[in-house]
Design a protein around this ligand. Structure first.
Ligand code: OSB
Ligand code: MG
Length: 371
């Protein structure tokens, strides 16, 4: 498969409802899409960087600049036997894992389409449907949060995750549990606490949570291991896990009992598979995280979630929770049982709406090999 050129483009899409975490609020997404042009076949990837460098040090401008100046020139013009071989060509660049992932994943999509195979099979998946949860951001009031939870529980989602931070945590969890004593519930702190707050974090134990996600520093494993010894609630790591070696270290030190895999955070499908395998070998369940993706990233998250050890509901939910109109067809839909059925068409099984994407595009650049 020869990669003849790569197109970078930015599209802008307002969210149906703002999304707030402990690091800030997002109303509208600036989404960086990558198209891999391979001998008549186009593969698509989504760079999951945010508008600002708050969840991760990467952001849309750093990803765009790194792709155009370093990553794209390192891969365009090359012939790859498999999409997974892309990583070796761009390894020389340190970090920028979300940018790397979007290129590698576009190649996986192209490879699947070229081989006329569903992406989930190419990735080694086995599940024919996947279980879905929702991530609900911090709201303006507790009443608004409870209303949102009500809607998602009624829609059939199998796990509710709420964002927490100091001042929006114990009080919130108390109210949720008073109304729903037995829903599967978890929370995500996005690094909002420190180890000094262990007494406070121990109070989370009373709520029978499935997990608490990333309570401490974004780059930490060691102190999470200290914290996990002090609390009963299972810790799940998100931000801290950059690759399979981090996952192995986290498991070995007991820093978590669950791992969230975001394909962008770990630099692409091949590393995501390795993280999955390390966890599976150590009997640590994983689930697929979300980054407010458009349909392109969402459809790829669905494919990844078919791997066997994705045994907890992911943050992969219906298109309509985010977008008035998604850029894929059909849109991602979730059944009343909280499941997404896996499609068998080649690639992700969802058609990319190029006409709509063109209308949403605010800039575009194609990188070709030097003449
Ligand atoms: O920590 O999982 C996170 C969104 C942006 C950045 C970080 C996170 C999130 C989410 C949203 O929780 C998950 C989704 O896509 O619904
Ligand atoms: Mg998280």
């Amino acid at each position: 498969m020869k990669l003849e050129a790569l197109t970078l483009r930015e599209i802008q899409m307002p969210l149906v409802h703002f999304f707030e975490t402990s690091f800030g609020r997002t109303y509208s997404r600036r989404i960086l899409l990558v198209t891999a042009h391979c001998e008549g076949i186009d593969g698509w990837g989504e760079c999951v960087t945010g508008e600002e460098p708050y969840y991760s040090s990467e952001w849309i401008e750093s990803s765009w600049a790194t792709m155009r100046s370093y990553l794209a020139p390192a891969v365009v013009g090359h012939t790859l036997a498999e999409a997974g071989h892309c990583a070796a060509l761009i390894n020389r660049v340190r970090g920028h894992r979300m940018a790397k992932a979007s290129i590698e994943n576009a190649l996986w999509d192209a490879e699947a389409r070229q081989k006329q195979q569903p992406l989930w099979k190419l990735l080694g998946g086995t599940r024919r449907e996947i279980a879905c949860g929702v991530s609900i951001g911090i709201q303006d009031s507790l009443e608004q949060l409870l209303d949102k939870i009500q809607i998602e529980v009624a829609a059939g989602y199998r796990r509710i995750k709420v964002k927490v931070k100091p001042g929006w945590d114990i009080n919130v969890l108390e109210k949720i549990r008073a109304r729903w004593s037995d829903i599967v519930l978890s929370c995500d702190a996005n690094s909002a606490y420190t180890l000094d707050q262990v007494e406070h974090l121990r109070k989370f134990d009373q709520f029978n949570l499935l997990m608490i996600e990333q309570p401490l520093w974004n780059d930490d494993i060691y102190y999470h291991a200290r914290l996990q010894k002090e609390i009963r609630t299972a810790i799940c790591l998100d931000e801290s896990i950059r690759h399979a070696r981090d996952a192995a270290a986290a498991v070995e030190t007991g820093a978590c009992r669950i791992i969230n895999i975001k394909v962008g955070r770990v630099s692409g499908f091949s590393e995501a598979k390795k993280v999955h395998d390390v966890c599976q070998a150590n009997r640590v369940p994983v689930w697929c995280g979300g980054m407010l993706e458009s349909g392109i990233g969402r459809a790829q998250n669905i494919a990844l979630s078919t791997l066997e050890n994705f045994c907890l509901p992911g943050d992969v939910s219906a298109s309509k929770r985010y977008w008035k109109e998604d850029i894929i067809e059909p849109e991602v839909e979730v059944s009343q049982q909280g499941m997404i059925g896996i499609r068998d068409e080649p690639g992700t099984g969802y058609r990319v709406r190029e006409d709509l994407i063109e209308k949403l595009t605010v800039r575009k650049e194609t990188i070709r090999p030097p003449a």
